[in-house]
Design a protein around this ligand. Structure first.
Ligand SMILES: [Zn+2]
Length: 221
């Protein structure tokens, strides 16, 4: 069996997924098997292969915080290139911009799933690129490491994460203590995982400087 998915095949699969999603939203039933068979006859892969690819598409939906097609449980096991390709085609079909957070968050997930991890090197001098807003490159390993380190608990107030995400993970936000815009590095010693309250506090509190310094000191001892 061929391994590589052509863009045409991926696009046809995503197109069918969108049709099934629309049917679901309209409260209509859909015969998934018939759709898989149709794709199988057109492109020559097994019906299972299309079902699995659609579970990858559900995973992209999950990363967008959108409801996926019922019965197609998100399957994370999708490489970076395929994640980007799915997001690119979805964006095109939905007439919206490509969301770079999607492949980034997929990399964070895949890093967190790894069994043995060594301290990620991170990016000492994240480069910015110019668009409508300034963006900095970030290391998914650093974000994954920091979330693992926090282990479901805010690293500032030490209170457990306020809720679980749709994918069952503890919800915490990763914050750079020295902002990337101020020349801060994207390394684990410059990042903390925070509950939303503490995150806002660090941004807007009158005590931002002292709080930040305390967290930096804690990380370096
Ligand atoms: Zn907190």
């Amino acid at each position: 069996m061929r391994d590589r998915w052509t863009k045409e095949e991926l696009k046809a699969t995503i197109d069918v997924y969108l049709q099934m999603h629309t049917l679901q939203q309209q409260g209509q039933s859909c015969n998934k098997k018939a759709f898989y068979r149709m794709l199988s006859e057109q492109f020559g892969r097994s019906e299972k292969a299309y079902e699995y690819r659609m579970q990858n598409i559900s995973y992209i939906y999950l990363l967008h915080d959108r409801d996926w097609v019922e019965g197609l449980k998100p399957a994370k096991n999708v490489g970076r290139n395929v994640t980007s390709a799915i997001e690119e085609i979805l964006a095109e079909l939905e007439n919206r911009p490509f969301n770079e957070e999607v492949p980034f968050e997929a990399q964070v997930d895949s890093y967190r799933q790894k069994q043995r991890k060594s301290l990620p090197e991170g990016i000492r001098e994240p480069k910015s690129s110019f668009g409508k807003i300034v963006k900095y490159e970030r290391s998914p390993e650093v974000k994954g490491w920091v979330l693992d380190r926090a282990n479901g608990q805010c690293e500032m107030c030490k209170v457990p994460a306020p809720f679980k995400t749709k994918s069952g993970k503890d919800y915490l936000e990763v914050h750079h203590l020295i902002r990337l815009a101020d020349g801060g590095p994207d390394i684990v010693d410059n990042c903390v995982a925070l509950c939303p309250n503490c995150h806002r506090k660090l941004h807007y509190s009158s005590e931002t400087q002292q709080l930040t310094q305390t967290l930096l000191d804690n990380l370096h001892t």
